[in-house]
Design a protein around this ligand. Sequence first.
Ligand code: BG6
Length: 482
Amino acid sequence: MDSFVLIIFGITGNLAQIKLIPALYDIAEKGLLPKNTSIIGIARGKKNQQEIKDYFKQVLHLENRHHKHPIKNQVLEQLYNNLHYLDGYLDDPNFYIKLKKYLDDLSKDGVNCKNKIYYLATYPNLYKDIFKNLQASGLNKQTSGWVRLMIEKPIGVDEKSARELNQLLLDYYSEDQIFRLDHYLGKETLQNILTFRFSNEIFEPLISKDFIDHIQIIAAEDFGIGARGGYYDSVGALKDVGQNHLLQMLAFATMDPPSEFSNLAVTKQRNKILEKLIPIPKKLVLGQYENYKSKENVDPNSKADTFFAFKTEIDNDRFKGVPIYIRGGKKLAKTVTEIAIVFKNPANRLFKHMDSGEEPNILFYRIQPNEGIVLKILVKKPGHKSELEPNYMQYCYKQTPDNHPFPDPYERLIFDAIKGDQTFFNDAKEVETEWHFIDPLAKQKKPPIIYKEGSWGPKEADKLIEADGRSWIEPSVEFCPI
Ligand code: BG6
């Protein structure tokens, strides 16, 4: 694999601390960082070499609650050897002259700076200055190597601004250089949906309007906004996760088989589903948890949603008429992310008159926790009587808290970008299509309904689904125990 220099704009920010530095450590620990690879962290404050090392160490040991496995000194030392820091203001053209000189000096020392990955872990209002100045200082040239750009949400705040940002990106980079990251696409459990569906043909014929009654998707968190009040209050839950992670979950669960396992083929099928989603503004409920307005950096009169529930449908032959109910938010009863495909009950089901006899079969993709793929079935209760018992056929990852059997999404996606593989990144059209669907919902500016912390959101969300004679599935902890 090519060696490269990874330049992180915003190395002292939240994203770098929580996600990027731990991911880099994990990539290094697995021996996946090519030799001669350098990491240059950029931020405004001054730091010498020892201070940047101390900062990495502190982040890995203390700051990051997600990174629970032990840190090996040997791996840290290896990272330190390749670690650099440059201070500067990203809107100052002189900074890029300094960066260019720094890279030239590193090259003279034998470091490969021909291939570059720029990671934008900084504020979107700086993007234009960054692109323009990188261009002006010759740092975007691909004459002797490649240049890639990693960027993540928010990619705009609506379809129009997403288009503008995509245009700005395309003014400086070509689509194959731009890695738009939605970390849900890097989740092992989400990627496994494709394997499960397209390697086990027995299920695929059932995934259609002929057999499916409805689909439910949930991304609930039992915690609040933490220290992210400033950002969160400007977007709300629907835009924070509804526009991206939840739509991607739906796309993975319902897309047609790609013609091959390649970026173009997989992205095409995701796009085809997203384009066919029907927004139903009347079928949207927004909520806000009780004490949200008193949180740090939140407007005391905030109308931001911390919960949403909506109904949609896919306007294609395969799913026409199948209702899809999606909900997500913060300070809810449980932290759980799952997709539930609820099957129709055949009219002639033999045991339907018995207790539980009308319970539907449900295929669960449990994204987290208790990760697994699970089929809810009815079985005979052992004994002389003819009695039914709902139970589960399950594939579980058997994850334990101190054992991390699959890579963190950031680890995977940064590694994919190193390889130049865009299969699990969004292209420009995909992000715009997601906004195209969300805009009519978000533009209603409905005031959110206050709900109790630790509940499943406002009662109106129950009514949304009950109006169709259905109800939300209480996420089960009975399967795939940790
Ligand atoms: C982020 C959102 O994109 O995804 C957060 O900004 C949310 O608000 C997070 O908590 C959820 O990600 P995960 O991987 O913890 O489910």
